[in-house]
Design a protein around this ligand. Structure first.
Ligand code: DGJ
Length: 331
């Protein structure tokens, strides 16, 4: 009991201070240091927030918001073969120098996600776009396209899917090649899903309400024909309690399950907010839950919480771990 209490306190102190660093030592096997400063292969701190990952052959690409103190500086992309060591591949989507562009400096690009279209052979990026100098009023989905995973992507357009506001979002590519945009609508009170057109460049009219309980930060995965969706509440940059829903169809009905987080600050998602869930390439039913621990005073210093998803009685569970390795997954 005393041990549990002490480790909870120590874990909480480490989480709050962010005092660990994620520098990998060549002598030791690599590990994830949850919430620590994470350096790329060039010894620069990784700047890829609200991100998502894409696997291309044997390489993972990590797309995320490049942030300044508060500014949105485009979408950065990093590459890795092992998920521990990341090479900065530059800006996948730079801000435009044209003041009339929808992605000009002064607007926001948040939560970028990229999927590959095997028919058109294009990499397609969707993101939450806010137009320059309008705060969060525009609430649009933005789309960019590239022939290569590192880009630079070409900005195409933005819109509100079927007229709905679109803020926090994710993309989901299902096994049959159909893709979906899951998004917070109606001032974030509604979470909706819309099926994309075959080229992934537009929303179809197959657009439906998932639930109406003021959620954002959707992150989704599929296991044994069931879809699991983790979302956050709406408290700006402040952490809050995650919720987990399950459904056998993307269009629902979605059933609320218990909060999967366990450990210090579990009821505040360990101080973070969901952004993406990565299925591992070489392990069946192995997923990494990815969250951002935002620092609103200096957004570029926001940290990454990556944790393994475990299954207990067939229910997803995410336990706080200060350090962990991919070998911790059962074979
Ligand atoms: C919460 C969202 O999840 C973030 O992506 C960002 O939009 C902040 N709100 C802004 O307050």
């Amino acid at each position: 009991m005393r041990f549990l209490f002490t480790s909870v306190i120590l874990g909480t102190i480490a989480m709050l201070s962010g005092c660990q660093t994620q520098k990998q030592s060549p002598k030791q096997p690599p590990q994830f240091n949850t919430g620590a400063l994470w350096y790329d292969t060039n010894h620069e701190v990784i700047n890829a927030h609200g991100g998502g990952l894409l696997l291309v052959n044997k390489t993972y690409f990590w797309y995320g918001e490049k942030r300044g103190t508060s500014a949105s500086e485009g979408v950065s992309v990093y590459s890795s073969k092992d998920l521990y060591h990341w090479k900065n591949e530059g800006l996948a989507l730079p801000k435009s120098n044209d003041p009339n562009s929808e992605i000009a400096v002064g607007g926001l690009i948040e939560r970028p996600k990229v999927i590959y279209n095997t028919k058109t052979k294009k990499y397609v990026m969707w993101f939450h776009l806010e137009l320059p100098n309008q705060g969060y009023k525009a609430a649009r989905a933005g789309i960019a396209i590239s022939d290569t995973p590192t880009g630079p992507f070409r900005y195409l357009k933005s819109f509100r899917p079927n007229g709905n506001m679109s803020r926090d979002m994710t993309l989901y590519l299902d096994d049959d090649g159909s893709a979906y945009h899951i998004y917070s609508a109606r001032e974030n009170y509604d979470l909706r899903i819309v099926k994309l057109t075959d080229d992934y460049l537009d929303a179809t009219q197959q657009d439906s309400l998932l639930f109406s309980n003021h959620r954002e930060a959707p992150a989704i995965f599929k296991k044994n024909h069931l879809y699991y969706l983790i979302t956050s509440g709406c408290t700006g940059w402040e952490p809050n309690q995650a919720s987990l829903h399950v459904a056998s169809s993307l269009f629902g009905p979605w059933k609320l399950l218990d909060d999967p987080m366990q450990g210090p600050l579990a009821n505040k998602t360990f101080g973070g907010q969901s952004t993406y869930i990565l299925p591992l390439k070489d392990k069946k039913n192995a997923f990494i839950f990815m969250a951002d621990k935002w620092n609103p005073k200096d957004l570029k210093d926001s940290r990454y919480l990556w944790l393994p998803i475990e299954f207990e009685n067939n229910q997803p569970v995410i336990k706080w771990q200060e350090q962990w390795q991919l070998s911790s997954y059962n074979p």
